[in-house]
Design a protein. Structure first.
Length: 337
């Protein structure tokens, strides 16, 4: 969403973006599966070899987040870096419990700071990231994470006996759902009123009111359009403040109202009546009960937030400004490594 989806929109403004992910889809599947560490290591090495051997054919070089999964001198962090795109607080180091034992090998914070210092331009996903990046970088600009509402079908809001609550993310971020699971259990204690659909993660809870689905790029638009309400709980941490609110933008793009923790961008996106915020279990229950009981309110909010993302958080809106930033660096052919 930060790089590849911009390709057709940047082309309209004179920028040819050559997107080159380090890992293939198959290599990524291996790394997120239960295969042996040896097979995962082989996938990492293969991706690194591919990155080293490919020949450059570009005017400018952009890195999103980190180029490789582990450091390789001269390659990651790269010696030459025109633009560096940042949508997470990597300068803090990843807080995910599953990644803690690999911090010695990944060195995310050190490599992120090196990229911030070497890049001629840093593109940050929000003002929190930009302020921290400015401590190391010579030039920082904010380009928010965007969506493409044109490819997202709208949810049809109707009265329903069982309302569908949705969350979309990854296994490492599904831990953020833990504080609201008891609230959902209480709401459904006497009868099933609101089922929770978790896409891309696993809460470990096995109850009639919760369903876990695997994520796929092809099915994502339909899954988002199946939600009546989207949720985005977050903890009060600097890592969470670095989040760019992509889940909320996805919900909004599908015309789905959202409830979120008032943390960082999540609080900004849901401000001014666009969504509901909740910081405590009691507030979560109140907000959930309000939208569960009100199909008319869900429809009205959904229509308003769809218009909001079209105007303020679409690729069509931000591609011209991103193209001008790249042109200010002196090139029109851009390689994303």
């Amino acid at each position: 969403m930060r790089v590849a989806n911009y390709v057709p929109f940047l082309r309209e403004h004179g920028i040819a973006l050559d997107y080159r992910p380090t890992l293939s889809a198959e290599q990524y599947r291996l790394l997120t599966s239960e295969v042996s560490p040896a097979r995962k290591a082989a996938a990492v090495m293969s991706g690194a070899r591919h990155a080293v051997l490919r020949r450059p054919s570009h005017d400018l070089f952009l890195v999103h987040r980190l180029r490789l999964l582990s450091p390789l001198p001269g390659v990651d962090p790269p010696l030459r870096l025109d633009a560096y795109d940042l949508d997470d607080a990597l300068f803090l180091g990843s807080p995910a419990e599953a990644n803690l034992r690999f911090q010695w090998a990944k060195q995310e914070a050190r490599r992120c700071i090196a990229c911030l210092r070497r890049a001629r331009l840093v593109i940050a996903g929000n003002s929190f990231l930009a302020s921290h990046a400015a401590e190391h970088a010579r030039r920082v600009e904010v380009i928010p994470t965007c969506v493409n509402p044109a490819r997202q079908p709208l949810h049809d809001h109707r009265a329903a006996e069982v309302v569908t609550l949705g969350w979309i993310g990854s296994h490492t971020t599904s831990v953020y759902l833990k504080p609201i699971l008891p609230v959902l259990a209480a709401i459904n204690a006497n009868r099933l009123r609101a089922r929770m659909v978790v896409v891309g993660g696993d809460t470990g809870v096995r109850e009639p009111w919760i369903e876990h689905r695997a994520w796929s790029l092809e099915e994502e638009p339909a899954m988002l359009a199946s939600f009546d309400v989207g949720v985005m709980p977050l903890p009060e941490t600097d890592w969470a403040r670095g989040k760019c609110g992509y889940k909320i933008l996805q919900y909004f793009s599908a015309g789905v109202p959202a409830i979120a923790s008032p943390v960082g961008v999540a609080g900004e996106l849901t401000a001014d009546g666009r969504g509901l915020t909740a910081a405590t279990p009691g507030q979560w229950r109140t907000a959930l009960e309000q939208l569960i009981a009100g199909p008319g309110e869900r429809r009205e909010r959904g229509e308003a937030v769809r218009t909001f993302v079209e105007r303020h958080y679409s690729y069509q809106r931000w591609a011209p400004e991103l193209a001008e930033l790249f042109k200010s660096l002196g090139g029109s052919r851009l390689d994303r490594g």
